[in-house]
Design a protein around this ligand. Structure first.
Ligand code: ZN
Length: 203
């Protein structure tokens, strides 16, 4: 089935195939015995990707107050966000009751209207960093040290302006998707590489 993207700035043609429809049918939720069929998309794949990407607040940091303690925290969510934001340690602590935001499902109201209400009540972590040292200006960092402006950096040290850096890296800058590598600049999809620049898909 040929469709036209409903985004007024796009209007590109795209296709919805039978397998897509079968998939939407398969994942459509059932409430009180009634299947709520997910309709086929009205946006082209590229515009859908842009919409999903809007939900990933990569590398924009905001100094704001914690909704739990009022302390100043650094967060990927601005003060104007419609949901409560707690500091990372506060979010993991027992200093709040995670049962307070629960709400019963109302079968008379549209599901996504209620889902939106629920999302605006559930407290979020200021950032998703964990077990890090000096990585405040990173997003989704874990067991990392001395990293700056990275998104998804794990078990690595001295990484700058890079993304998807996982496992055993050190001294990387402007890199994407690297593992077990050291001293790289502008490398893309590399594993076990050392002292190199401008590599692409080197394993
Ligand atoms: Zn489009």
């Amino acid at each position: 089935m040929q469709r036209t993207c409903r985004n007024a700035w796009c209007k590109q043609p795209y296709e919805v195939v039978a397998d897509d429809l079968a998939f939407y049918d398969q994942v459509s939720p059932v409430f009180a015995g009634k299947k709520e069929l997910i309709p086929p998309p009205t946006l082209c794949p590229e515009c859908r990707h842009q919409k999903r990407a809007m939900l990933i607040p990569h590398l924009a940091f905001h100094e704001r107050a914690s909704a739990l303690s009022g302390k100043r925290i650094l967060s990927i969510y601005p003060e104007s966000s419609p949901f409560p934001v707690y500091g990372i340690d506060e979010w993991w602590s027992d200093g709040w009751d995670p049962m307070t935001y629960g709400m019963p499902l109302d079968h008379q109201l549209p599901f996504f209207q209620q889902f939106r209400m629920l999302l605006s009540r559930v407290p979020r972590m200021a950032n998703t960093n964990n077990y890090c040292e000096n990585c405040d200006y990173c997003y989704s960092a874990g067991n990392a040290k001395n990293c700056f402006h990275c998104a998804i950096v794990h078990r690595s040290e001295e990484i700058y302006y890079s993304e998807m850096i996982t496992g055993g890296n050190s001294n990387l800058m402007d890199c994407y998707r690297c593992q077990q590598s050291q001293h790289l600049y502008q490398c893309w999809q590399c594993i076990s590489c050392v002292s190199s620049t401008f590599l692409k898909e080197v394993y």
